[in-house]
Design a protein around this ligand. Sequence first.
Ligand SMILES: Nc1ncnc2c1ncn2[C@@H]1O[C@H](COP(=O)(O)OP(=O)(O)O)[C@@H](O)[C@H]1O
Ligand SMILES: Cc1ncc(C[n+]2csc(CCOP(=O)(O)OP(=O)(O)O)c2C)c(N)n1
Ligand SMILES: [Mg+2]
Length: 321
Amino acid sequence: MVALSSLGERGIIDRIFSRYVKGQSKDDCAVVPAGRDYLLISTDSLNESGHFPDGTTPEMAGRFFATVNLSDIAAMAGIPLYFVTAYTLREDVDMDYLERFEESMSRQLRRFHTELLGGDLKQGQSNVFSGTIIGRQRKSLTTLRSRIRKGQLVAVTNTLGEQASGYIFYKHGYSRSLGLKLLFSAEPRVKEALKIAEHGAQFMMDLSDGLFSSIAQVKHDYGIGFKIVGDDIPAGKHVDKASFISGLTRTEIACNFGGEYELLFTVPQARYREFAQAMEDEGISVTFIGETWDGDNIIFENGSWRRITQQGYEHFMPKPA
Ligand SMILES: Nc1ncnc2c1ncn2[C@@H]1O[C@H](COP(=O)(O)OP(=O)(O)O)[C@@H](O)[C@H]1O
Ligand SMILES: Cc1ncc(C[n+]2csc(CCOP(=O)(O)OP(=O)(O)O)c2C)c(N)n1
Ligand SMILES: [Mg+2]
């Protein structure tokens, strides 16, 4: 017998994916050729015990549910189009809760011109919200993880670590309300992704699991490593406070938690100038944090390079403190 906890989420997926999924490579969405476009299809679920700490409002939950699904389309630089849901709900859930959840989810979907088509509903032991999203993009603009190469420049959008900071504020009793607000503050970077792709990005993924986990997955799946300059990581404005409260370093908070849904992407060196200028013109906040190579994932911190051993968030594994 092999317990799932002995494999971890990534190990489990490896086994299922290599054996049962044909004609796809691991990415934020499955890609299906449709003329000169790809259809982009992805599914993501949230469950109340793992994702919704006590005090999470239905508005926070519903918006976040739409966000995590939209974000997978964003990660491919896709245009989100259609959404279907499948819920398992406890029988004692209040209809008012569900309506508020739906209202908030729908508002977020509408902001990104995504149409809710239907869903499925079951009674069960605990609440689980699953979504399936469909999008589309021209093949040449679709940012596939497989387009990663060594020697590309690595960048992220906006800042990292605000969700981790929120979790720390909540857990340590510093401020539950600010904590929850930050924990659910993620936005799907759909518009940014499109511009980033139009100006030459190659590889892209969202940071749902955090930077360290994400680059570990890329190294494992595509054999390309990342050299990250610690001082260049754009930590969010609450990270210092969260570091003080928790005793964790800025890097641990910004890179080893997840739930951010910012974009990690690469740009060929030759396009750097034009790309950086275009982002400035478009008003899109991106920060270059290193480059890809064929070695291990390493970070320059406190005057020297070290291998990155932290793996960030992973289901079926012990949770970081
Ligand atoms: N149960 C599963 N069966 C087959 N493939 C899976 C399963 N879970 C995840 N994958 C695949 O593993 C890759 C990474 O998935 P995941 O980490 O869930 O992506 P994301 O962070 O974008 O939601 C994707 O290509 C996805 O299709
Ligand atoms: C109790 C709790 N811990 C952490 C978070 C922040 N968070 C949200 S999603 C996530 C990790 C990734 O979630 P997952 O469901 O694995 O998304 P996927 O990688 O499939 O997109 C984290 C750390 C949270 N919302 N609630
Ligand atoms: Mg997933």
